[in-house]
Design a protein around this ligand. Sequence first.
Ligand SMILES: Nc1nc2c(ncn2[C@@H]2O[C@H](COP(=O)(O)OP(=O)(O)O)[C@@H](O)[C@H]2O)c(=O)[nH]1
Ligand SMILES: [Mg+2]
Length: 462
Amino acid sequence: MFSSLSDNLDKTFRKLRGVGHISEKNIADALREIRIALLEADVEFGVAKDFIANVKEKAMGAEVLKSIKPGEQIVKIFHDELEALLGADQAPLDLNPPARILICGLNGAGKTTTSAKLAARLKKEGRRPLLVACDLYRPAAIDQLATLAKQIDVPVYTPDASEKDVVKVAKDALAWAEREHGTVILFDTAGRQEIDERLVEELKRLHAFLQPKETLLVADAATGQQAVSVAKHFDEAVGITGIILTKLDGDARGGAALSMRAVTGKPIKFAGEGEKLDQLFEFHPSRMADRILGMGDIVGMVEQVAGKLNEEDAMRSMQRMQEGKFDFTDFLDQMKMIQKLGPLEGLLGLMPGFNKIKKQLPSNAFDTGKLKRTEAIVLSMTPDERRRPEIIKGTRRARIAAGSGTTLPEVNTLLKQFGEMRKMMKSPGKMKGMMKQLGGMGGGGMGGLGDMLKGLGGKFPF
Ligand SMILES: Nc1nc2c(ncn2[C@@H]2O[C@H](COP(=O)(O)OP(=O)(O)O)[C@@H](O)[C@H]2O)c(=O)[nH]1
Ligand SMILES: [Mg+2]
């Protein structure tokens, strides 16, 4: 998501930063490029136009600060406007009792998945969420929600397949919820390929009956402009209170995400970034702006990583890297951590400048099969070999290749890359830079992994 927009903005801003004195012409040129970049990213025309006008006004009116370069000042103005466009502050859910959340949207947008993801989040926060299946058109939809609910261990109300009245279902579900002592109830509704009157009527009736505190529209970020008009339509029909964008992990151009808030005036509250049930994140405009500007969503990454990693382990391998003692045992530990984190590509996408690094990586860099083969090679080494990779010469290499079911060239490549990686870790300049970054991340940092990856740049040995 956003990768070509990020690249284009990066080009423009690099030019701006390069000039010592900024003229009106510099600004005008940059704004023109930015406008094109936004439109290419599928940002709604009116939104792009207003956005550029705002940036222009601020850039022209800004008092030139002596302490920073003029180009950087404009980047900052742009960043702040982008943040405002995305909604300024993170918008929390209204969960005051009776907390009812109505989930709506088109077919395939991700309503059912997102209902479960949201329930999982709420449960983690210590609430007692309940799920209610209100998609009565497809029996499979009820089963789908029931299956997901089971995975996250959240009670689910599933109506009889013969039931056709959604308000009746909601009424029965509320009585059930009372008995279940739920503190927040999520209603997953039916969608259509397109908005049609019957769908809207049904949703209106359900909405009028439930009077939900939150009516969340689930919108697929990959659908671009269409998602924006759908949002408007739903909002006019039932009055949505917020938006959940899904499939931000895809390669959509991102325009919908940027236009949604401005067009509907409703906040984007969460973002889905994968099919797994823990891949729903709070939408933070400021972090998203950083990410679009290629600054990376460092805070998001730290949160994501911190939830899954053992900080002590991470710190220990960081320490070993610094001391130049990093060996294949540490490497194996790191690989295990990486596998725990889930898709590496998604995680790395949050890092500053990753779009550029990504292009330099071999196309199979994120191939989990390759990761497994690398692991097999390391596992076929003796403890001594893992500690002292320099002793792994000819016959040992052949033995490792045979033992791991890989080939000699694969073993050679891994050893070579590992050697290079080690050399880089020992280079004091590089490590110092990494440590500084770590300090800047606050909270003592999460340890070696993120920094190791960053420091490695294009040199992943796996
Ligand atoms: N990659 C990705 N896939 C998603 C995401 N959210 C939902 N999906 C997938 O999109 C498809 C449709 O989702 P579903 O919840 O059934 O949509 P519904 O028809 O709106 O209820 C399923 O295959 C989901 O796994 C997301 O954030 N990222
Ligand atoms: Mg569904």
